[in-house]
Design a binder for this molecule. Structure first.
Ligand SMILES: [Zn+2]
Ligand SMILES: [Zn+2]
Length: 103
């Protein structure tokens, strides 16, 4: 693998710069060390936007998880309510039978 900055060829794993897309040796993998052309624009705008995107994505994910959990809770609540209603209906039926409202 050849370093885009010093053109040294090495067998080690190439480091790809996420700002300019170049491949570099371990000495020049940092944007500061290869006079990265993507670094300035990254620092100016992309960094803030990236941070915003990450925060936004995290919030969206949280909202999705929360919505999913709420829905699960509602289903469980409905099931519990249904069971309680059935039990109450049975109790009412037996009380009515006991006091001979029903045959
Ligand atoms: Zn290098
Ligand atoms: Zn770079």
């Amino acid at each position: 693998m050849e370093c885009s900055y010093c053109h040294k060829v090495s067998n080690e794993l190439p480091y790809r710069c996420k700002f300019c897309g170049g491949t570099f040796c371990s000495d020049h993998r940092l944007p500061e060390n290869h006079e990265c052309i993507g670094l300035e624009s990254y620092k100016d705008t992309k960094h803030e936007k990236f941070k915003e995107d990450v925060v936004k994505a995290a919030k969206e994910y949280e909202a999705k998880v929360k919505a999913y959990k709420d829905r699960g809770l509602d289903k469980r609540k409905i099931a519990i309510c249904a069971v309680i209603l059935i039990i109450l209906a049975f109790i009412a039926y037996y009380i009515m039978k006991l006091v001979k409202f029903l045959p």
